[in-house]
Design a protein around this ligand. Structure first.
Ligand code: MTE
Length: 324
């Protein structure tokens, strides 16, 4: 992950629905949906959601689950991506991820659990109550977004498989299907596929950790990690692994893709921390998308990405400079 300024998207303002108009439209549709269906919202369908499907979800107000900060327009969220399986340029996932087949899809859950098994996508979509979480999302490369994700707590999924008392970590793997993932076939590819990530079990069970199946009211577009990805809002974005096919409970800390590549740059924890710089750049500030060379939209980065009240207790007594 390097910062490549020449790739910053300069999007004509005419292509972006003005924020106040968008927010107003959204508030109106939410109000209509809420009055029609009690606490259940109907999927809002902003332009640009192409092949994705509307979802039914509720809006919970748990601590940290919502923010009043303006949301990043859908077009930015789905055109400026990191998904190396489809290439390293920010525009590659939107260009090439349509090649990915996401139906059928299943996830193997195993390791230190009492009931190992397979979850099929249709069981996931019908078996968990979906909710919308509006989270800040901060990439280690110092750009950020605010996204209305749709999903359910990872803890609910893990509970079904009954982790044993020896389980201390959770490891995740992305699909590896070179025929559909041109980035994995590239000679310049640096990752030892499949893409792998991991969390401590208590982080995985934290109520903010979201198994995510949609954004902006609809199923995830492929470039955003369809059909199912993780969102861990207080950690750098690379922990939020996309297109997951395997979850394993372990007693030892799992090796992650970015750690294998450069452990001194990308730690296992990777909690957003403005006081611990990346070896090659500062983490004090971030560019909030939409951002351009002429209007960088630079804001101060917050400790734990603004989720300190919710997650700081997880790290009491831990030296965050050492365990970065
Ligand atoms: N997951 C997989 N499988 N492959 C990837 O390349 N990139 C990570 C993360 N998850 C990545 C991934 C990085 S570096 C970031 S910043 C986020 O996805 C980007 O998510 P977004 O494209 O939805 O903004």
């Amino acid at each position: 992950m390097s910062q490549r300024i020449r790739n910053w998207p300069i999007i004509p303002s005419s292509e972006i629905t003005p924020e106040p108009v968008w927010l107003q439209r959204r508030a109106f549709m939410k109000a209509a949906a809420l009055s029609a269906a009690g606490a259940v919202g109907a999927g809002v369908a902003p332009s640009g959601a192409s092949t994705s499907m509307p979802l039914t979800y509720s809006k919970t107000d748990c601590s940290g689950c919502q923010t009043d900060e303006p949301m990043t327009p859908l077009d930015d969220v789905t055109s400026y991506n990191n998904f190396y399986e489809f290439g390293t340029d920010k525009s590659d996932p939107a260009k090439y991820a349509h090649a990915l087949t996401t139906d059928p899809w299943s996830i193997e859950v195993g390791g230190l659990v009492k009931k190992p098994g397979t979850l099929h996508l249709e069981d996931i979509m019908s078996g968990f109550d979906l909710e919308e979480r509006i989270y800040r999302f901060r990439c280690v490369e110092a750009w950020s977004m605010v996204v209305p994700w749709i999903g359910f707590p990872l803890s609910e999924l893990l509970a079904r498989f009954e982790p044993t008392s020896d389980a201390r970590f959770v490891s995740f793997k992305t699909l590896y299907r070179p025929a559909e993932m041109r980035g994995t076939r590239s000679f310049t590819s640096v990752i030892d596929w499949p893409y792998r990530e991991g969390l401590r079990l208590d982080e995985a069970l934290h109520p903010l950790t979201l198994m995510t199946v949609g954004l902006y009211g609809r199923t995830l577009p492929n470039q955003s990690g369809a059909p199912l990805r993780l969102i861990v809002p207080w950690k750098y974005g690379f922990k939020s692994i996309k297109s997951i096919v395997s979850i394993e409970l372990t007693s030892r800390q799992p090796q992650t893709s970015w750690q294998s590549l450069a452990a001194n740059e990308y730690g296992f924890y990777s909690n957003v921390n403005p006081h611990v710089d990346h070896p090659r750049w500062s983490q004090r500030y971030e560019r909030r998308l939409p951002s351009s060379l002429f209007s960088p939209n630079r804001i101060a980065t917050q400790m734990f990405n603004g989720y300190e009240a919710q997650v700081a207790p997880l790290y009491e007594g831990l030296d965050l400079k050492k365990f970065y």
